[in-house]
Design a protein around this ligand. Structure first.
Ligand code: CP
Ligand code: NVA
Length: 309
């Protein structure tokens, strides 16, 4: 792994993603072998927004490898308000070996990474959620095998941070991703452009359609996320009307391939983006994804620390 930071999946090579997956699988199978892997290290967890999975799994993951964590609760106080992002980075780098940041603005994560001498990991920004995307593709390798070239995935809903990371992941891994979203809620044009350029090398396919049934047609997995991401709560009611045709229902799942899987990064809103009889059924792998956040992020921390020693 040559990178200093993990800001976006688009910055990783396909080889580095495979290295993350191999390390994740080994960490998952033999966690005790890594009990001292980060002994003496410290990790700062900066969260501007709420979190269950990301916070718990980074904290436990670091602790399980012998590191200690400091949680900086900035919920309600935006990073950079009390002191500049730059000063925060220049202080933290004197004490910790890794910074994990969940921020409103993607620019904040970039500034932390550009300033701090230690690895910075994007724990979700409004632009992307790389740890989630890597975990999701790792989880798919467990279900269908290591080679995801040609794997058919649909993402139905908001063209948001999670969608961006899934698009970048598909592009790197040669998977076929079809985004089904309402008009005006498509993924960023820049993300699509970058991913499609990469796709020409890997055989990936990146499609965007505005009909959920067309998106799901024949796919092997259907993914959705909340309709109003953190920071967009004021739009919840308006979005509920716009997105309701994009709810993942049993009827929609019937358009997918037989035995298609259901995926969600969580938290989920049953009755909004997904019906309970889909997310709580046996086709759902949402808790496997949640579990794998732990193993994948342990691999990410370990590989970044080793690369920067
Ligand atoms: N999927 C995810 O990132 O969950 P949290 O917001 O709970 O961290
Ligand atoms: N798109 C969601 C993901 C939560 C894990 C959000 O940003 O709120």
């Amino acid at each position: 792994m040559a990178l200093k930071d993990l800001i976006s999946i688009s910055h990783l090579t396909t080889k580095e993603i495979r290295q993350i997956f191999t390390t994740t699988a080994d960490l998952k199978a033999h966690p005790r072998n890594y009990a001292e892997a980060l002994a003496g290290c410290s990790v700062a967890l900066i969260f501007e927004k709420p979190s269950l999975r990301t916070r718990v799994t980074f904290d436990l993951g670091a602790t399980q490898m012998g590191a200690s964590c400091v949680y900086l609760d900035h919920q309600g106080v935006r990073i950079g308000e009390r002191e500049s992002v730059k000063d925060m980075a220049l202080n933290l780098e004197r004490w910790v070996d890794v910074i994990v940041a969940r921020t409103y603005s993607h620019e904040t994560v970039i500034e932390l990474a550009e300033t701090a001498s230690v690895p910075v990991i994007n724990g979700l920004s409004e632009f992307s959620h790389p740890c989630q995307g890597l975990t999701d593709y790792f989880t798919l390798t467990e279900k269908v095998g290591a080679d995801l070239r040609g794997f058919r995935l649909a993402y139905v809903g908001d063209g948001n941070n999670t969608a961006h990371s899934l698009i970048f992941g598909a592009a790197k891994l040669g998977a076929h991703i079809r985004i089904g979203c309402p008009k005006g809620y498509e993924p960023s044009a820049d993300v699509l452009k970058t991913a499609r350029k990469e796709a020409r090398k890997t055989g990936a396919k990146i499609e965007v359609v505005n009909d959920p049934y067309e998106a799901v047609d024949g796919v092997q997995a259907v993914y959705t996320d909340v309709w109003a991401s953190m920071g967009f709560e004021a739009e919840t009611e308006r979005r509920r009307e716009i997105f309701s045709p994009f709810r993942v229902t049993r009827k929609l799942m019937k358009t997918a391939a037989k035995d298609a899987l259901f995926m969600h990064c969580l938290p989920a809103h049953r009755g909004d983006e997904v019906d309970a009889d889909v997310i709580d059924s046996k086709i759902s792998i949402v808790y496997d994804e949640a579990e794998n956040r732990l193993h994948t992020q342990k691999a990410i921390m370990l590989l970044l620390v080793r690369a920067n020693q």
